[in-house]
Design a protein around this ligand. Structure first.
Ligand SMILES: *Cc1c(COP(=O)(O)O)cnc(C)c1O
Length: 452
């Protein structure tokens, strides 16, 4: 089979897959999962025909996916892929560009520059900010923290990129008690230590209490978040950033999904004050609804990111143009900006605002339906997150397990204020209010069954 026929075959299989998503089980049943064993064979000496490789992948692989691209997946914080982004991703796959610099791909570099510019504007970040696409918010947190490390230690007269951290002036790290797990992973990777942090008390929604903030200084990295992964709540950025600015501290924002609220007029007030921070981490694969993987780091002063990451080698041509590899931990990388550029252009400002608005309405619809059915919604539903308990911990866990196994919809479990709970997260363009109604029915049905 030639390449065009092979790609046509892939296109037909993909279309069939997407057509079947709304009616299939969200998580694959055990009977399908058992078929994964069919893939366990030794790598053959002679290669298989490409069309047979694709056939095997579709036959065993497609049924063993999680239907997270469709409307009834509420696990973690998961976006689908808007059609324009998926199609652009396919074309970019054919391009196979190395997106490290204009010299390796003029189009990838241009689209990254343009998409970043649009996003800085949409997210109401300070003019003059810059950034880069990375794999996800974990790496975006890592990149932001390394920019902070560079800036704080440069001011202290220490060249951390050359000299490392042994013997360096100490950096204090202050985090909210409800910071996301990925932030601690990033702090560990940055050599600042997962546990060498000062934790600040939070309120019942997980928001940092400004009055509990310790005294900051010019050697402090303060990490705040826009969007608690359970409650969806925002730290009070205004007072926190003002205190940090006065002290000369650096503020890094983990805004993986919450910062997207800035792009929707009805929710932008939640991100007020965040523009005063120094670095921001976001996920495009969450609320922008582009294919995995796609994260974003932004910094107020581009030179702080470049200080941490700029690469020097004789064969790498210097250029006055923006070059991704000066701003990211990676050098070679895929052209992620293509997907994001296509999603942004296809949605427009109004489309992205509406997508965010709809998901937040769906969260409200879900919360109201759950309360009406007599269940306990444990968080203030102000964004896209609903945390709910179905009785005692054991019942809640049984209901979650039964729903996950039923395949009607998928939502994960969490512990909130010491109680087992289901966390239901809305961030997909594919979710409809019918999906919410159907999922509510599934919850009521399952609860009746579990309680019997
Ligand atoms: C999802 C999430 C992350 C981690 O993002 P990855 O894309 O998995 O790397 C970090 N912080 C918050 C608040 C998140 O919701």
């Amino acid at each position: 089979m030639d390449v065009s026929n092979l790609l046509r075959d892939a296109q037909q299989r993909a279309a069939r897959y997407l057509d079947g998503l709304p009616t299939r089980r969200v998580f694959p049943p055990e009977s399908d999962r058992a078929r994964l064993a069919e893939l366990e064979f030794d790598l053959p000496l002679l290669g298989m025909a490409a069309e047979d490789v694709l056939d095997l992948l579709d036959d065993v692989g497609s049924p063993n996916t999680v239907a997270s691209a469709a409307g009834r997946y509420f696990g973690f914080v998961t976006g689908g892929s808007v059609p324009a982004a998926l199609a652009a991703n396919w074309l970019a796959g054919a391009w196979d560009q190395n997106a490290f610099a204009p010299v390796s791909s003029p189009i990838a570099a241009k689209l990254e520059e343009i998409a970043l510019g649009w996003l800085i504007d949409l997210l109401r970040l300070p003019a003059g900010s810059s950034g880069a696409f990375v794999t996800g918010a974990t790496m975006a947190n890592f990149a932001g923290i390394l920019a902070a490390r560079h800036a704080l230690l440069t001011r202290a007269g220490w060249d951390v990129e050359s000299q490392g951290l042994f013997g360096a002036p100490e950096i204090r790290v202050v985090v909210g008690n409800e910071a996301h797990a990925s932030l601690f992973k990033a702090l560990g990777m940055a050599g600042l230590g997962r546990e060498r942090v000062e934790r600040v008390a939070v309120d019942t929604e997980g928001r940092i209490l400004p009055e509990a903030l310790p005294k900051l200084d010019e050697r402090t990295l303060l990490c705040i978040q826009a969007g608690n992964v359970n409650s969806g709540a925002f730290d009070p950025a205004g007072p926190l950033c003002e205190a940090a600015q006065k002290a000369g501290a650096w503020v890094h924002v983990d805004g993986a999904f919450g910062m997207w609220a800035a792009a929707s007029p009805g929710y932008a007030h939640l991100t007020a004050g965040y523009e005063l921070a120094d670095s921001w981490a976001l996920d495009a694969h969450k609320w922008l609804n582009v294919p995995y993987d796609s994260g974003l780091v932004f910094v107020r002063q581009p030179e702080d990111l470049a200080g941490a990451f700029a690469t020097r080698a004789d064969y790498l041509i210097r250029s006055d143009q923006w070059q991704a590899y000066d701003y990211t931990p990676e050098n070679s990388r895929r052209a992620r900006a293509v997907d994001a550029w296509a999603a942004l252009l296809a949605l427009g400002r109004a489309g992205l605002a509406e997508l965010i608005h709809q998901n937040c309405l769906q969260a409200k619809q879900m919360a109201e339906g759950l309360r009406a059915a007599g269940f306990e919604v444990l968080n203030e539903v102000g964004l896209n997150q609903v945390v709910v308990a179905f009785g005692n911990d054991q019942t809640t866990r049984s209901v979650i397990a039964a729903i996950q196994e039923s395949g009607e919809f998928w939502a994960g479990s969490t512990v909130w204020h010491g109680r087992a709970a289901m966390r239901i997260s809305f961030s997909s363009w594919a979710t409809t209010s019918e999906d919410v109604a159907r999922s509510l029915e599934a919850i009521e049905r399952t609860c009746r069954e579990v309680r019997i």
